[in-house]
Design a protein around this ligand. Structure first.
Ligand SMILES: [Zn+2]
Length: 317
């Protein structure tokens, strides 16, 4: 029984209204003059308003060390590594829920309706596609990869992740007898639409094909559990990539929340690398910042080169 995960899921609601959620209101945040003095928009001939959210040529301040501060000392290894007395499947489920909670807090910042314009910062006209620099992510609509707007894409990702987290097959919280049934999950996914290229580029991971052992088996998680975790983390990564490439300056830098964004992202990258949940190829749009975090050991060395699997060998067949 996934008792550990059950206990952590109880604090998780659709609204994600956890008191630990980072501040979400960009509209009411006062503009600190000291912040403005350091603003990249003033130290550069470009003004904020001239930088379109989706301009792939916009300066990538977030890839520069001086704009990549973190309000934490050390790193997130202790929050990421699986405690000895917790089953790995339960721990991964907990990590996924926690990562979603953090991401959701950041997404709320761009989803908040602006009191002046009446529309959210990330809207159909600022972000007609789900882009991260020159890259555009697509969503599977009627079996075909479609370019949908970033707000629509993010909304679908959030609904999709929440539905997975609340899916009693994928994230069981009650005692399971026999082999978990996974076809129901596929049917549900087909009905609501799936992110495109779901399986492409996923790290091979530790679950060997044909093995009758898998991560989370003893806690009642389905055989597809690890792969599903990878799928969820991949979509979460894409949301982060959009947050940085389209919204780092507006609003995060301007409301002085870029350090919180960095904190959430470096935590995310630590988990993603440690458990090999997101492929290096997928992470390319954010590689310079990830390299910076690795250089600073904000992403701990233990998360690299095999991470968890370097310490605890995967189940063999
Ligand atoms: Zn956007």
């Amino acid at each position: 029984m996934a008792t550990f995960f059950q206990s952590v899921r109880q604090g998780f609601g659709r609204g994600g209204n956890n008191k630990n959620t980072p501040p979400k209101s960009p509209v009411q945040a006062p503009q600190d003059p000291r912040t403005m003095a350091n603003s990249p928009s003033l130290s550069n001939s470009l003004t904020l308003d001239n930088i379109a959210a989706n301009d792939p040529n916009a300066p990538k301040y977030f890839f520069q060390e001086k704009y990549a501060p973190l309000n934490v000392r050390g790193n997130f290894l202790t929050l990421c590594a699986c405690p000895k007395n917790v089953e790995l499947g339960e721990w991964l489920a907990h990590q996924i829920v926690e990562q979603y909670r953090l991401l959701h807090g950041m997404l709320q910042v761009i989803q908040e309706t602006n009191g002046v314009t009446g529309v959210p910062i990330c809207n159909e006209s600022t972000c007609p596609t789900m882009s991260a620099g020159r890259l555009t992510y697509t969503w599977l609509v009627d079996g075909r990869a479609a370019k949908i707007s970033a707000p629509k894409f993010i909304n679908r990702v959030e609904k999709w992740i929440v539905s997975k987290i609340h899916d009693p097959v994928m994230f069981p919280t009650e005692k399971v007898t026999g082999i978990p049934e996974t076809s129901a999950m596929k049917d549900a996914a087909a009905a609501t639409g799936e992110p495109a290229d779901q399986s492409e580029g996923a790290p091979a991971g530790p679950n060997a094909t044909g093995s009758d052992e898998w991560i989370g088996k003893s806690s009642g998680f389905p055989q597809t559990f690890y792969k599903d975790c990878q799928g969820i983390m991949k979509q979460m990564f894409r949301c982060y990539a959009h947050l940085y490439h389209a919204h780092w300056l507006n609003p995060f830098w301007h409301i002085n929340k870029h350090d919180i964004l960095n904190m959430c992202f470096v935590h995310f990258v630590t988990v993603a690398k440690y458990y090999q949940l997101v492929s290096d190829k997928e992470m390319e749009p954010m590689q310079p910042l990830i390299d910076l975090f690795i250089k600073q050991q904000r992403v701990p060395p233990e998360a690299l080169n095999g991470g968890h699997w370097a310490v605890a060998p995967p189940p063999s067949n």
